[in-house]
Write a protein that binds this ligand. Structure first.
Ligand SMILES: Nc1nc2c(ncn2[C@@H]2O[C@H](COP(=O)(O)OP(=O)(O)OP(=O)(O)O)[C@@H](O)[C@H]2O)c(=O)[nH]1
Ligand SMILES: [Mg+2]
Length: 698
């Protein structure tokens, strides 16, 4: 395996909506670069980057994976990312270690929900972007229609540098508007390409499109603008260098035309990546200095090493596989390094180049490259390996909080310990899953970004760790709160025989704004309770509030103030005051008019306009509030706020109502009071659960 210097490396994160053709396009690119000798197919599970059993079974990427090919003496690292919203945090991490995003857009559907999310994410990182129009061989595929949605929803500055030759089934190649050459393809799994003249019938259109491209390039640079006005056009040299500079600066976003399944357009895509995407030596890695100010670290082989851990994989056999981006310096196999984040030593074993699941030992990894290493002791996703005195800091990777929880139960008793160790390892691979025990029901809770996310996690538990679990209906993380202020009294007294117990306190409780959780204040004057017992009172209230009052959900958004009480010189102790605090809380709840809160989700639905009316009716039935609606060509975006409890089955509903054409994105927004008739049901379910009786969910 060759070693590449930063100037000969390109790191590209392949992002876009689920099912738009990313993995298939990477497969075609790897074939064109000679990294594989046959075209991998998503549909028969033979691609390099969808290698996990679950990915093959579902025909969707569920996790980012790394592959590389050499083109024009340059190593291109592709990070193929999952398009489904449930797994988007993986795409986000990938964008952090790439110099550019390859935004794949289906040429039939145009821009979709996750296209926009990926675009926004790349934009927020200031990343150069190349747009690859995909699946151009399909019926109703259209450059013009897709470009219209791109201009409207992503950026005006997206500009074709190619035109498709032929359309739909007869899509056979591309005209390159920079070189003004035609590239036609065998269209089979060979990926064979022939260079030739532009077909006569396309000459006019190609000339017009080239002029449009030249104008866009000139507009992005004042100096070129002057040249353009002076000469009425740009020279070939001005066009290529101008396009490169404008792309690197994020002022222009070149668009290429492809059909991965037929290996069409792959070589010109590789050309575009090598010539237009900045190398790690040019762009560098976005980090921060010791004071937290943003700095970019240009990749340089010499100088101190700095390595960022952007992902971990839990492999039951190989142990942990840690995915690295060498930010600076050079690291070598079998050497010791320092984990700067944890201030601990770490030993590197064999460094690895990854081609999907295939690992190749490499002696060293240089600045700018992506690779991996197995079996690190205590290094986790988001860590930085660097010398102890290094001034480099790396902003944390962000992972969304889980939005949905299911109770799980091991199929065989005794597997509980195994679940917890396996879950621990899966969580390391995917920090957006949660695992905890319900304090009320003592059930094990598995939380994630959506139903699919939970199902996939359960499947991984089984396939990788041999642990089978049953999924129970999802649990909504309800909360309780109070709506009135009141004073209350708690007295714990046990003074019969022996050493007695005595604690006595008066508290005031009052509602706080949504999202403030819990506050405690000590307002005792004159020593009616000795100071050392006050924390015990707080602890008593804390414990009691976590157990809730109405239906066993944590009580939030209120303040408790202890303002009076009494004590006994001999019998008072911490335990007694803890009990008193807990009793005072319960007393307060009888008058503080407690109520139940439910999580409200912010939902965005993309649907063909024909279905929008029905979907809005359905959302009303789910207690949803429509916040807005936008027409996007033949698609409509519906924005709404809907209680989480009503969204549990939405995935299936949307798929069946729109024949699979609709998609949605959902995230947690805030808590709101549950309507009273609904509250009664929640309370009844909680009571029955406490009594150990199985009931249907509300
Ligand atoms: N006709 C046609 N189908 C394609 C083409 N590229 C991909 N497909 C099909 O589209 C489906 C999705 O392709 P993938 O490559 O898995 O899409 P993806 O973007 O990786 O999807 P996620 O991993 O879920 O985000 C598969 O059934 C592919 O066979 C293409 O060029 N032409
Ligand atoms: Mg994929």
């Amino acid at each position: 395996m060759k070693v590449y210097e930063a100037a000969a490396i390109r790191n590209v994160a392949v992002v876009g909506h689920g099912g738009c053709g990313k993995t298939q396009l990477v497969a075609a690119a790897l074939l064109a670069a000679g990294a594989v000798n046959r075209l991998g197919l998503v549909d028969d599970g033979s691609t390099v980057t969808d290698f996990d059993d679950e990915e093959i079974a579902r025909k969707h990427s569920l996790s980012s994976s790394l592959a590389h090919g050499e083109w024009q003496k340059t190593k291109i690292n592709f990070i193929d990312t999952p398009g489904f919203a449930n797994f988007f945090s993986d795409a986000r991490s990938a964008l952090r270690v790439a110099e550019a995003a390859l935004v794949v857009v289906d040429s039939v559907h145009g821009v979709e929900v996750q296209t926009e999310k990926a675009w926004e994410e790349a934009a927020s990182l200031g990343l150069p972007r190349i747009v690859a129009l995909s699946r151009l061989d399909r019926e109703r595929a259209s450059l013009d229609r897709a470009l219209e949605t791109l201009h409207r929803d992503c950026a005006r500055e997206i500009v074709p540098i190619q035109l498709p030759i032929g359309e739909e089934k007869s899509f056979t190649g591309v005209v390159d508007l920079v070189s003004m050459k035609a590239f036609t393809f065998a269209g089979d799994s060979s990926g064979r390409m022939t260079e030739g003249e532009i077909p006569a019938a396309m000459a006019d259109r190609a000339a017009q499109s080239r002029t449009a491209l030249i104008e866009m390039v000139a507009e992005a640079d004042e100096r070129l603008m002057d040249a353009f006005f002076a000469n009425g056009t740009l020279s070939q040299e001005e066009l290529t260098s101008g396009l490169r500079t404008a792309t690197a600066a994020g002022k222009l976003f070149p668009l290429v035309c492809t059909a991965g399944l037929r290996a069409i357009g792959a070589q010109p895509l590789l050309d575009a990546i090598v010539t237009l995407v900045p190398s790690p030596a040019e762009r560098g890695f976005a980090a921060a200095d010791a004071a937290g100010e943003p700095v970019t670290v240009a990749a340089s082989d010499s100088g101190p090493y700095a390595v960022f851990v952007w992902k971990s994989i839990a492999d039951p056999f190989a142990g942990r596989i840690t995915m690295l981006r060498v930010v600076g310096g050079t690291i070598r196999s079998d050497t010791s390094v320092h984990n700067h984040t944890r201030d601990a030593g770490e030993r590197l074993g064999h460094l690895l180049a990854l081609q999907g699941k295939t690992q190749t030992h490499v002696p060293e990894l240089r600045a700018g490259d992506l690779g991996a290493v197995a079996k690190l002791k205590d290094t986790h996703t988001g860590d930085l390996l660097a010398e102890a005195g290094s001034k480099i800091r790396v902003p944390a990777l962000s992972f969304p909080e889980p939005v949905l929880s299911y109770a799980i139960e091991p199929k065989s008793r005794g597997d509980e310990d195994k679940i917890s160790t396996s879950m621990h390892r899966l969580q390391e691979e995917d920090p957006s899953i949660g695992y905890s025990r319900d304090p009320q029901t003592h059930e094990l809770l598995l939380s994630g970004q959506g139903q699919l996310h939970i199902e996939v996690t359960v499947a991984k538990l089984k396939r990788r760790f041999g642990v089978e679990v049953l999924l129970k209906p999802p649990r909504i993380p309800y909360r309780e709160t109070i709506t009135a202020a009141t004073e209350a009294h708690g007295r714990h007294k046990k003074q019969t025989g022996g050493h007695g117990q005595f604690g006595d306190c008066k508290i005031r409780v009052e509602p706080l704004p949504r999202g403030s959780d819990f506050a405690f204040e000590n307002d005792i004057f004159g020593g009616s309770i000795p100071r050392q017992f006050v924390p015990a009172i707080e602890k008593g209230i804390q414990d009691a509030r976590m157990r809730g009052f109405l239906a066993g959900y944590p009580m939030v958004d209120f303040k408790a103030t202890v303002f009076d009480g009494s004590f006994h010189a001999v019998d008072s102790n911490e335990l007694s005051f803890k009990m008193a605090g807990s009793l005072a809380f319960k007393d307060a709840m009888t008058r503080a008019r407690p109520t139940i809160l439910e999580p409200i989700m912010k939902v965005e639905i993309y649907t063909p306009t024909d279905f929008a009316g029905d979907l809005m009716g359905d959302l009303n039935g789910r207690r949803g509030r429509i916040a807005g609606m936008d027409a996007r060509g033949h698609m409509t975006v519906i924005r709404a706020q809907v209680p989480m409890a009503e969204m549990l089955t939405y995935e299936q509903q949307l798929t069946s109502a729109t024949g699979g054409r609709g998609s949605y994105h959902m995230e947690y927004s805030h808590y709101e009071e549950v309507p009273s008739h609904q509250q009664q049901k929640i309370i009844a379910v909680a009571k029955a659960e406490r009594a150990g009786v199985e009931v249907e969910e509300v």
